[in-house]
Design a protein. Sequence first.
Length: 377
Amino acid sequence: MGIYEELGVRRFINAWGTVTILGGSVMPEPVVQAMVDAARSYVTLRELQDRAGARIAEMVGVEAALVSSGAAGGITLAAAACITGADWDRVYRLPDTSGLKNEIVVVQAKRPNYMYQAAEHVGARLIHVGSPERVAPEDFSAAIGPRTAAVLLVVASLDHQRDRSSGVTATVENVAAVARRAGVPVIVDAAAELPPTANFRAFLAMGADLAIFSGGKALRGPQSTGLIVGRGDLIGAAAMNNNPNSSIGRPMKVGKEEMAGLVKAVEIYVQRDEEAELRRWEATCHRVAEQLAGVPGVRTEVVVSGRYARPPIVPVCLIHLDSAGVTRDEVDRRLMGGDPGIGVGKFDGGLIVNPMTLLEGEEIVVAQRLRDALLGR
């Protein structure tokens, strides 16, 4: 019996994607071995953080990098860095930001979210601009003032807003241009924006000062890790606010095992054949579509890039339930309730199979189970 069986926790096939609630991703064996090796010795965490960050920065081609506790932990550290700078007195004061530049400008969201809470955790005051249907770079210009510490942009949310409304004209580039003129740093949450590998540098090239990625999604590192890349001075300030220092980031500890695992995961990621990976994922989607051919009332579509996955360049298989005689939610319930359980994504017209998290051969099981669920078997 494995640990999940001992605990009575069901394993399942993940055809949904690298979502946090499903465990992110599955780590390659070299990553697991790096974590095992790290667990067998004592090291100084400050030295390991410095060396791990320097090695990752070299591999991905950025000025500096820092391992964080997930992308959300990265937002907290980035916000803290923009408020405190390299001032230990300010670091020790957080979350007391009285008398400091503590305002962070964000896009008005439909509902509270953990990304914004992660910034507020350090004592930041959020200044909301625009609306989910309309936000322009001029809104940021009007909101930036003498107490502005940073601008925070969530790439996925901003992209979705632009897809839904022509009134959303704000982009990383034009907002960063506004912030740069005001001397205000820009933080970009790009948690699920890999691949392409070029995105490690792309958001910085667009004008962002810090970009934040999840370590446990496409990178396939430990799920508890994240990665901040960007300006060396701000990365240094983020490190001051980070574990193992007596600072706001101390509760968000990243252990030596996770740091080692993320370094190995990044090493594997930057060495892989990205184009071959995308072709393989597309072929997986076509195999699923072929297995569902002939199911009454069901139409499949392989979308090579679009708004159905993060990042949008990931191919997906859409299962349109045009007149299948069964609801999307009922099919989802049948899939998760079966043996093995299968998790799939959803959109307004049906279900989504995302190949990023499928292990070799699992797409056939997914397609067969989908066929049975659609036919009520």
